[in-house]
Design a protein around this ligand. Structure first.
Ligand SMILES: Nc1nc2c(c(=O)[nH]1)N[C@H]1C(S)=C(S)[C@@H](COP(=O)(O)OP(=O)(O)OC[C@H]3O[C@@H](n4cnc5c(=O)[nH]c(N)nc54)[C@H](O)[C@@H]3O)O[C@H]1N2
Ligand SMILES: Nc1nc2c(c(=O)[nH]1)N[C@H]1C(S)=C(S)[C@@H](COP(=O)(O)OP(=O)(O)OC[C@H]3O[C@@H](n4cnc5c(=O)[nH]c(N)nc54)[C@H](O)[C@@H]3O)O[C@H]1N2
Ligand code: SF4
Ligand SMILES: [Mo]
Length: 742
């Protein structure tokens, strides 16, 4: 048999062992459009591939390729709106640094183009050799919340059931792990309860560590549509764009949220603002919680949080008077050394005041990446496919049955978390790493060590749209991936809405959809048979639908991609309905817990609490500033591999790294506006322009996460339950480059 040398040959070589199966399926390798669905000059709706809001975008096709887009006016999420990233979503696809062929590092240390066949052969040979010598646990993967659910499930199943990999985690750990654990413990399942209509129905909206104006601009627009003149409370150390637009801003001392919410709980109890009927019928642990918060008197809380007694009192009164109070949180809560307990302290407030399961209420974690919710349920990392438990024999058996695989192939233990995987790399136990759609060498918290860590690996595969990311510097092999807009599948947004993502542009060169890369790897690894049913994204969606059956996230009632198309996305749960119900149209907007029943065996929610922990790296005389990090502008996305490719988006944020610093500190340090400064922590330093502003309080700094040097500064601390990194507070100092260190 002739060995295929190029993708073209690979495609034509119908007898090739890798391609025989793949060629049977109509979607091909991601070359060309889905012929049956899209007419050459059609307009079609696809869910945006940046944030978890999940806006519907109309892609306008000419001659079979999208030439422009506009926000979908009839999509229930964005109602005709989009933020700058959404408008510019097609631009990064055309960037010149796209990975267009596989690249293999040669013995001179250069990445050189190779054919897919060689890339796949090397992938298998190298990872196999490592596993043969050091055991199956010596290879791990790091995945993402930014590919389709079908792709995540494929990766998780292929790696764990097919390749014997035991440890795989993803960038969702950096982002949502805290909410996952908080919900699982409190509700019995990882289940954000809300629907976006709740933003418009509340009379009180409490946003904790959440800068919607920048990070979820269309959700902020939904708040602006609220006709009830809601009280908008922002709890954030910084006076963010969102805080400026709020009716109350509580600029608390960083990481004092737990004390604040325990204090609020105590005052609500003291003032009799408890929904006793709900607490009795639907919760456990209230009495213990009430005893726990007894010591959090308002003066102590005021001292610890640096908030005035009046401000705290006003918040309590607002919650007490509110008829429909919704609580929302994002990274200001999750990225903390005690994030799980903070999230649960918010959940406790919603539960004890009966603000859950009704319109305009809820304890609502807003997700981050376009498909963070998909990865939480189906990436096979922290939970077994469908939100199940690797440690449960019954769960393993069920999944094995649905997939038609041997139960013994499913690990009976959970994966190590991201930081633990890297620790094992450092100690030489993990020697091969496969990184998919995440830019670890920029976004991980501990860059000071990471260089050394990643350099120790025997073999690193990076699967990305671009060959130029910080992480590809460490790659031995780069697999070129198609991006959003170049492939089919589904995303699940923050309100649990499953929506369609569509291929409307041809991926450049030999780049392939991650889905097809996984299919090729399955074949090359010799486990193609195990994935015989995983032929196309839509077929995998059918498998996932089956896997969801009977779980809280049951969406067995969704009748395939066409159903998602027609109904403009569908929220889970939607179980298959029988009899009279089968034909009835499900409600378009659905929230969880309307019947007051939760997912624990006793159907009750748990109030969980604990003593606050010490800040991992408090300030001192040498490092007197608290350094905060987060999103900088609505036009910047994470490590900027995509957004920096758009000239328009680049115009919307400062071109150089900057640090927000309070005028009082700037005066003390004799800094002029935009002066170049050095920010230093015990781990590293970063050059930035001084942006002198009251957004941050004295002795605080804020640096956007979008610059590669930011995570040279951050301190590697983790929440002990979620192992989510605490990106948002460490000790730092500032100086002029000309000054000697303090
Ligand atoms: N434009 C844009 N939008 C995005 C993203 C992006 O990169 N760019 N990323 C997406 C992703 S993946 C995510 S996870 C979300 C993140 O969305 P957000 O969480 O809203 O964004 P951040 O800026 O990371 O953090 C929010 C706020 O937390 C505050 N904070 C810091 N410490 C504390 C604290 O101790 N207590 C409280 N209460 N607040 C604190 C910070 O001051 C900051 O204003 O955004 C999503 N949307
Ligand atoms: N200091 C600090 N650090 C932080 C944070 C913070 O607030 N402060 N926030 C954290 C959070 S919440 C998050 S979510 C992380 C995000 O961190 P990352 O996940 O590292 O950030 P991205 O830039 O989104 O990286 C996604 C990568 O996938 C590639 N890609 C995009 N689409 C595809 C695709 O379809 N297929 C493939 N194969 N590749 C694709 C992109 O080119 C890019 O290289 O950062 C974390 N880091
Ligand atoms: S708000 Fe999020 S989902 Fe909507 S257009 Fe902007 S980036 Fe895309
Ligand atoms: Mo995130």
């Amino acid at each position: 048999m002739k060995q295929p040398k190029h993708l073209h040959d690979l495609l034509l070589c119908r007898d090739g062992p890798l391609t025989r199966e793949l060629l049977r399926k109509p979607a091909g390798f991601g070359l060309g459009l889905r012929p049956a669905r899209l007419a050459p000059d059609a307009t079609t709706t696809s869910v945006c591939g940046f944030c978890s809001t999940g806006c519907g975008l109309e892609l306008h096709l000419r001659k079979g390729a999208a030439i422009s887009l506009s926000p979908a006016s009839d999509y229930p999420v964005n109602l005709g709106m989009a933020c700058p990233k959404g408008w510019e979503a097609l631009t990064p696809l055309a960037a010149t640094d796209r990975a267009t062929t596989p690249l293999l590092r040669n013995n001179k240390g250069q990445l050189v183009p190779v054919a897919w066949e060689e890339a796949l052969g090397t992938f298998v040979d190298r990872f196999r050799a490592i596993q043969d010598e050091h055991g199956p646990e010596s290879v791990a993967f790091l995945g993402t919340g930014q590919v389709t659910t079908e792709e995540m499930a494929f990766l998780g199943a292929l790696a764990k059931f097919g390749m014997g990999i035991r440890h795989g985690d993803g960038n969702t750990r950096q982002c949502m792990a805290t909410s996952v654990v908080a919900y699982k413990e409190a509700f019995g399942f990882d289940a954000p309860p809300y629907t976006y209509a709740d933003f418009e129905a509340s009379d009180v909206i409490v946003l904790v560590g959440s800068n919607l104006c920048i990070a979820h601009p269309i959700l902020w627009e939904r708040i602006c549509r609220n006709p009830h003149r809601p009280e908008i409370v922002v709890v954030d150390p910084r006076k963010t764009e969102t805080a400026m637009s709020a009716t109350q801003h509580l600029a608390l001392r960083p990481k004092s949220d737990l004390v604040l919410f325990y204090g609020v709980a105590k005052l609500l109890i003291d003032r009799g603002a408890i929904d006793e009927a709900f607490v009795d019928a639907s919760t456990t642990g209230f009495r213990e919680f009430a005893a726990h918060v007894r010591d959090y008197d308002i003066e102590t809380v005021s001292r610890e949080t640096e908030l005035s007694v009046d401000a705290i009192d006003h918040l309590v009164t607002t919650i007490q008077k509110g008829e429909r109070v919704s609580f929302w949180w994002t990274m200001g809560v999750n990225q903390s050394h005690e994030g799980v307990r903070v999230a649960q302290s918010i959940i406790n407030l919603a539960l004890m005041t009966g603000n859950i399961g009704r319109p305009g209420t809820g304890a609502n974690s807003i997700t981050g990446q376009c498909n963070a919710m998909g990865s939480r349920l189906f990436s096979n990392t922290t939970s077994l496919l469908g939100g199940r438990d690797f440690r449960s024999r019954a769960d393993r058996r069920h999944v094995a049955d649905v997939l038609g695989i041997d139960e013994g192939r499913i690990p009976s233990q959970n994966s190590l978390a991201y930081d633990q995987i890297l620790e094992r790399v450092l100690s030489g136990k993990i020697r091969g790493l496969w990184i998919i759609a995440t830019n670890t060498a920029h976004s991980w918290i501990n860059q000071a060590d990471l260089d050394d860590t990643l350099s120790r690996l025997d073999f690193v595969v990076v699967q990305d749209m671009y060959a130029s990311t910080e992480t590809t510097r460490f790659a031995d092999l780069v697999l070129p991936a198609a991006g959003w807009g170049e492939k089919d599948g589904t995303f699940i947004n923050s309100e649990r809405r499953i929506g369609l993502v569509k291929k409307a542009v041809r991926a450049p060169g030999q780049a392939l959809a991650d889905f097809h890369i996984f299919r090729l790897i399955a074949e090359a690894w010799g486990v193609g048979e195990m994935f015989a049913r995983w032929q196309s994204p839509e077929q995998v969606f059918e498998i996932l639908r089956e896997l969801s059956r009977g779980q809280p996230c049951d969406f067995s009632g969704i009748d395939g991609y066409d159903d998602l198309e027609q109904r403009r996305g569908i929220q889970w749960p939607l179980p298959e309905r029988a009899g009279d119900e089968a034909g009835a149209e499900p409600q378009a907007e659905r929230r969880l817990f309307e019947d007051g029943r939760f997912f624990h065996p006793d159907a009750k929610a748990k109030l969980i609490f604990e003593e606050p922990r010490r800040l991992p790296e408090p300030v001192n005389d040498r490092y007197p500033f608290t350094l905060l990090t987060g999103r900088g502008a609505s036009s910047q996305w994470h490590t900027q591999t995509r957004t920096a490719k758009s000239e328009l988006l680049r115009k919307l944020y400062p071109s150089e790294a900057y640090v927000e610093i309070n005028p009082a500190d700037a005066a003390r340090l004799d800094l002029a506006p935009h002066e170049q400064v050095l920010i230093e922590t015990r781990r590293g330093r970063m050059a930035a322009r001084a942006y002198i502003t009251n957004v941050v309080r004295p002795h605080q700094l804020f640096v956007p996460m979008h610059y590669p040097a930011t995570n040279q500064l951050t301190f590697p601390a983790y929440d002990p339950y979620s192992r989510q990194p605490a990106y948002k507070a460490c000790a730092a100092r500032v100086r002029k480059p000309s000054d000697r260190g303090v």
